[in-house]
Design a protein around this ligand. Structure first.
Ligand SMILES: [Mg+2]
Length: 180
């Protein structure tokens, strides 16, 4: 099957839900950011698969379990009408073991690319950390930085997911340019 589909890979904390300065594993502390359900619906309508790729090293550190992560993801799905097609999380941490899943490595994205027959050139990564950008670039996926979390100079950078979606939709259908 040729890889002709497209997706937006989404970092989780700071993009879809509030970054609270420590691991978010309790659904009661998992707050979906304003506008996120609408942004995801726009991407879906434009034909993108939606794939969450999130580092969850708190599992390796013994702070919480995969079941806690799944409970948060259930809350996210409920908030956005089950629009998300897949969730990948990287439970490892370098202090415990090596992992090719943990961003800036790209194994979570590679799984999504294979599973959904995606063309990397038509895909996007949206994250609030430079390591999200690195993971995207490793597999040839254009990557947009959002929010204020990261101090690194990087472009393209916009305020939030809603602004990233505008960028993605404009790139797919550029406004006509005036010729003379
Ligand atoms: Mg993040």
């Amino acid at each position: 099957m040729p890889a002709t589909n497209k997706a937006v890979f989404l970092d989780r904390d700071g993009v879809l839900n509030q970054e609270i300065g420590h691991y978010v594993w309790d659904p009661n502390q998992f707050v979906v950011l304003e506008g996120v359900p609408q942004s995801l619906a726009q991407l879906k309508q434009a034909g993108y698969y939606l794939i969450v790729v999130t580092n969850q090293a708190g599992i390796a550190k013994g702070l919480y379990t995969p079941l806690d992560v799944q409970a948060c993801h259930a809350k996210l799905q409920a908030a956005c009408g089950n629009l998300i097609d897949a969730f990948y999380f990287a439970p490892g941490h370098p202090s415990v073991s090596e992992s090719l899943s943990r961003k800036p490595d790209s194994l979570m994205l590679e799984k999504g690319l294979a599973r959904f027959h995606l063309d990397p050139a038509q895909c996007w990564m949206v994250g609030d950390r430079y390591r999200d950008m690195q993971a995207g670039h490793k597999v040839g996926v254009r990557s947009i930085l959002v929010g204020e979390e990261e101090t690194t100079e990087y472009q393209p950078r916009v305020a939030d997911l809603s602004a990233a979606v505008q960028l993605i939709l404009q790139a797919a259908h550029p406004a006509p340019t005036t010729t003379n």
